[in-house]
Ligand binder design. Structure first.
Ligand code: C5P
Length: 193
């Protein structure tokens, strides 16, 4: 079983996906962390082949070629680089392949931009999580303009642009408590189980 959780930066995907996974006993997959890992390598080696990188999750920790990069990948700069390399079709192909391999191993809540549209169009539950740009920028502690620039780059790229799947349920988290959002999504899962 797969819950696909997509949406723009700062919509609350990570927090919600973690909580939904815990409530259901599913494993959480943070696909943004994988793009951030490739970004980290690309910053020092622009020709890096994403398919050769060893990206692993160990509980809450993210390991890149054996090195714990959990904190390094979380800086706003790493987010910007990730968003740039995410426009590269070869990077996307390598990571989508890796993501499909991971989610085939059990029950997952996978969060990203293209889970419901590209990685797993057959996902049993698809959620498109949003919030106002102001609230999302505040949560990310970045200027609204930087956030909207990233949204635009994610939404306008040729390969797998960020967009809701036709059959995704939209959940606007502006002003909602996390518990309310989580309950709503757990309810969607209960309805198809
Ligand atoms: O979600 P997070 O902010 O960690 O993602 C970092 C960047 O990786 C996003 O801005 C987006 O450009 C890219 N990304 C993507 N597809 C995904 C997950 C993340 O293009 N499935």
């Amino acid at each position: 079983m797969l819950v696909a959780l997509d949406g723009p930066a700062g919509a609350g995907k990570s927090t919600v996906a973690r909580a939904v996974a815990e409530a259901l006993g599913f494993t959480y997959l943070d696909t943004g962390a994988m793009y951030r890992c490739v970004g980290l390598r690309a910053a020092v080696d622009p020709d890096v082949d994403a398919a050769t990188l060893d990206i692993r999750f160990d509980g809450e920790r993210v390991l890149l070629d054996g090195e714990d990069v959990s904190d390094t990948i979380r800086t706003p700069e790493a987010g910007q680089v990730a968003s740039r390399i995410a426009t590269d079709p070869a990077v996307r192909e390598a990571l989508v392949t890796a993501q499909r391999r991971i989610i085939a191993t059990g029950d997952f809540v996978a969060e990203g931009r293209d889970i419901g549209t590209v990685v797993a169009p057959d996902a049993e539950v698809k959620v498109w999580l949003t919030a106002s740009a102001e609230e999302r920028a505040r949560r990310r502690e970045i200027p609204v303009q930087e956030l909207t620039e990233r949204d635009e780059r994610d939404a306008s790229r040729e390969t797998s642009p960020m967009k809701p799947a036709d059959d995704a349920v939209e959940v606007d988290t502006t002003g909602l408590a996390i518990d309310e959002v989580v309950a709503r999504i757990v309810g969607l899962v209960g309805a198809v189980r």
